[in-house]
Design a protein around this ligand. Sequence first.
Ligand code: PEP
Length: 251
Amino acid sequence: MRRKLAAGNWKMNGGNAELDDLRTIGERHSAAAVDILICPPFTLIAAAAQIAGSISIGGQNCHAAASGAHTGDISAQMLADVGASAVILGHSERREDYSETSDEVRAKAHAAHAAGLIAIICVGENLAQREAQNTLDIIGGQLATSVPDIANGENTVIAYEPCWAIGTGLTPTTDQIGGVHDFIRARLEKRLGTGAGRSIRLLYGGSVKAGNAAEIFAVSNVDGALVGGASLKANDFSPIISALEVSANAS
Ligand code: PEP
């Protein structure tokens, strides 16, 4: 049984005042039947970890090296040191803005695992790739290179995030989401074995909100969501968490 996960990616948003939303989520969902993770900017991780209660706190990126001359970067060990338990890796904004490759993502995932962090590895096609019907080739290639051989349900989560759905209000159909999630599951089982491959949680990400969460959570092999914009405010994120709890209780 995979425990469902509602993960929030605050991106480059939020200051101390926004920790109130985190506190509210913690209070409202203190006995949640699902895991809740919030990934604020680096600057808030230590403070967030202090008030998080049962919510886990994560980073949005890390360097592949443990330490050294990398001005402006943060290591996985540093994230763990201030209370993070997970890190998002290979988000499409990083693949695009910083030309991050899947080889780099895998190296970062190794660093995350060495620091005891869960690596949330993002994969997803862009609109041109979707329209050219190359979605599964792209996802298959990203998975093959980004995911380390030692990945399992304890140390790794995969987030399927079609780039064209992130922050746009567009979402794939539930059939499209199901098709990609079933494909990812099959690829993981083939490569890692049924034990590890079946235990890794698969999140959908891309314009998830209160109004579409329940139908997305009913799709096969969707174990939760990675949520951007709608994770910033407690009143937006809370109904998504509640919808995931309903789906957890039903399964
Ligand atoms: C994301 O940033 O990972 C994301 C899915 O964003 P949004 O929910 O805003 O589309």
